[in-house]
Design a protein around this ligand. Structure first.
Ligand code: SAM
Length: 207
């Protein structure tokens, strides 16, 4: 089966938030990886994860770490941490329900035969980073909590693991919180923007 046929089948069967064109882009970039691993923040039911993993398996089969609390959907339910420059870190009391929606995710991973390279970290990004084995990252896809404070935290916590020249993808980049992070946080971290479409992409370092 050719790539488009496989992608259409995945897209038709796995509920998710990424468009077919974005799935294809994820596949293509994963296919090119070989120096480091792929990390995805925000996996939901596995649509983007499977596209990344299929692409990777067509190439050198690098691992995909899939970070999500699998808490039944939605953002971190922390009312103190809306988009208001709230200082400090989110309140741990709101980190609840980890794993309650892990089963449908893993069924999809099994169904599309990518269980051998997908490594789930069932936790909120800001806690998952402490469990992460520090593998150098070649492709980082951020699609978790889209509020500014959380996107900022994702960037600050995960980009240090990225290799020089590695690619950063940020989904839903027209959302206010994501756009603000692109404008205010990314330049400080030494990224150069590459393209806005089909998914916002930037490269770590200048080369
Ligand atoms: C827009 S959905 C992801 C869509 C997915 N990439 C797809 O292909 O359909 C956002 C996901 O981020 C997760 N999420 C929310 N807060 C998070 C956090 N702090 N860390 C990691 N994931 C988070 C949610 O559980 C949800 O599954």
């Amino acid at each position: 089966m050719d790539k488009l046929t496989i992608l259409k089948e995945i897209h038709a069967q796995v509920p998710g938030m990424v468009q077919l064109e974005e799935c294809s882009y994820l596949w293509d970039l994963a296919l090119q990886c070989g120096r480091g691993v792929i990390v995805e923040i925000g996996s939901a039911q596995g649509l983007s994860t499977i596209c990344l993993a299929k692409g990777s398996k067509m190439g050198r089969g690098v691992k995909i770490y899939a970070v999500d609390p699998f808490n039944g959907g939605g953002a971190t339910p922390d009312p103190t941490w809306y988009d208001m420059d709230h200082p400090g870190t989110p309140n741990p009391v709101f980190y609840v329900n980890q794993g309650v929606s892990f089963a449908p995710f893993w069924q999809n991973i099994l169904k599309f035969n990518v269980y051998d390279i997908v490594v789930p970290i069932v936790n909120y990004s800001e806690l998952a980073v402490k469990q992460y084995p520090s593998d150098p990252i070649e492709l980082l896809f951020i699609d978790g909590d889209h509020r500014f404070n959380y996107v900022k935290l994702d960037l600050e916590l995960w980009t240090p693991f990225m290799l020089e020249g590695a690619l950063l993808l940020m989904h839903d980049s027209t959302y206010h919180g994501v756009r603000r992070a692109i404008q205010e946080v990314l330049p400080k971290l030494g990224f150069s923007n590459i393209c806005e479409s089909p998914i916002f992409t930037a490269r770590k370092g200048s080369g």
